[in-house]
Each structure stands twice: as structure tokens, then as C-alpha cells.
Design a protein around this ligand. Structure first.
Ligand code: THU
Length: 138
């Protein structure tokens, strides 16, 4: 009789796996710093992004903004959680521009930073971006 095939280990957090997988698609020939992001909407669907660099440098889009814009472009408007994956010991947080975009489209979401060794830290966006400018001022 053959040995039983073990059940696959359940994915502890598919959002984190999605962010790590998205990082593999990064277009980062200039910085060589690939980043992946994944956003979970309120229906539980996951939208991913990676950084996409540009020869002019300034037109580069971070992974977080690519993920948000992809989701928005598909009609999604409500989000629950974000994960950001990079290969750094000190976990990579979203840049200022991405914090602004995340705030405007996702509000005070939970953000989990992760590296390739499984280290994670989870924040509320409000704590990373404490005094935001947004549509409430207009
Ligand atoms: N980057 C991201 O995609 N997300 C972050 O949270 C930090 C920085 C990208 C932008 C650029 O392509 C590269 O990382 C180096 O800054």
C-alpha cells in the first residue's frame, strides 16, 4: 500500500501569500527592489500589485498603488486589509504617496508588512498616517 499523501498545510493568511507572489512580478530593473502588495476587499476577494518602474524614475508606481488602482478600475470600492511584501529585515512600510492613496481609497485599513522569512508586523493605517488630508477638507 502506498503512503497516504499528506493534506496540504492550510495557508495561514492568503493575503500575505498573495503579496509575496505578486512581488515575483515586480518590474524593478533600476532599484532591484521588488515589492508585492495585496488588498482584500469586503467581499473577501484579493487584488494584487507589484512595483512598476520607469526609465524616468519619477513615473514609477509602487506595488501598493498598483494594487489599489487595479481594484478601483474593476469597480471595487470597499477594502478591509492590505499586505506589503519585500525582502528586508526591517519590514518595508508604504511610502508617503501610497499612504495618501491607501487612506483615500481604503480608509483606516489594517496593513500587514511581511518579509520573505515570515516576519510580520500589523498596523492600522491611521497610525502610519496620523493627520491625513482627504476629501473631508474640500
Ligand atoms: N516601493 C514599493 O513598491 N512599495 C513600497 O512600499 C516602498 C517602495 C518601490 C518603489 C521602487 O520601485 C522601489 O520600491 C525602490 O524604492
Amino acid at each position: 500500500m502506498t503512503d497516504p499523501v499528506p493534506d496540504p498545510v492550510p495557508d495561514p493568511d492568503p493575503l500575505i501569500s498573495a503579496a509575496i507572489a505578486a512581488r515575483a512580478h515586480a518590474f524593478a530593473p533600476f532599484s532591484k527592489f521588488p515589492v508585492g502588495a495585496a488588498i482584500e476587499d469586503t467581499d473577501g476577494r484579493i487584488h494584487t500589485g507589484c512595483n512598476v518602474e520607469n526609465a524616468t524614475y519619477g513615473l514609477t508606481l509602487c506595488a501598493e498603488r498598483v494594487a489599489v488602482f487595479k481594484a478601483i478600475s474593476e469597480g471595487v470600492r470597499k477594502f478591509r486589509r492590505v499586505a506589503v511584501a519585500a525582502d528586508t529585515g526591517t519590514l518595508t512600510p508604504p511610502c508617503g504617496a501610497c499612504r495618501q492613496i491607501l487612506w483615500e481609497f481604503c480608509g483606516d485599513v489594517e496593513i500587514t508588512l511581511v518579509n520573505l522569512h515570515g516576519k510580520t508586523e500589523t498596523y492600522r493605517l491611521k497610525d502610519l498616517f496620523p493627520k491625513p488630508f482627504d476629501v473631508s477638507f474640500l
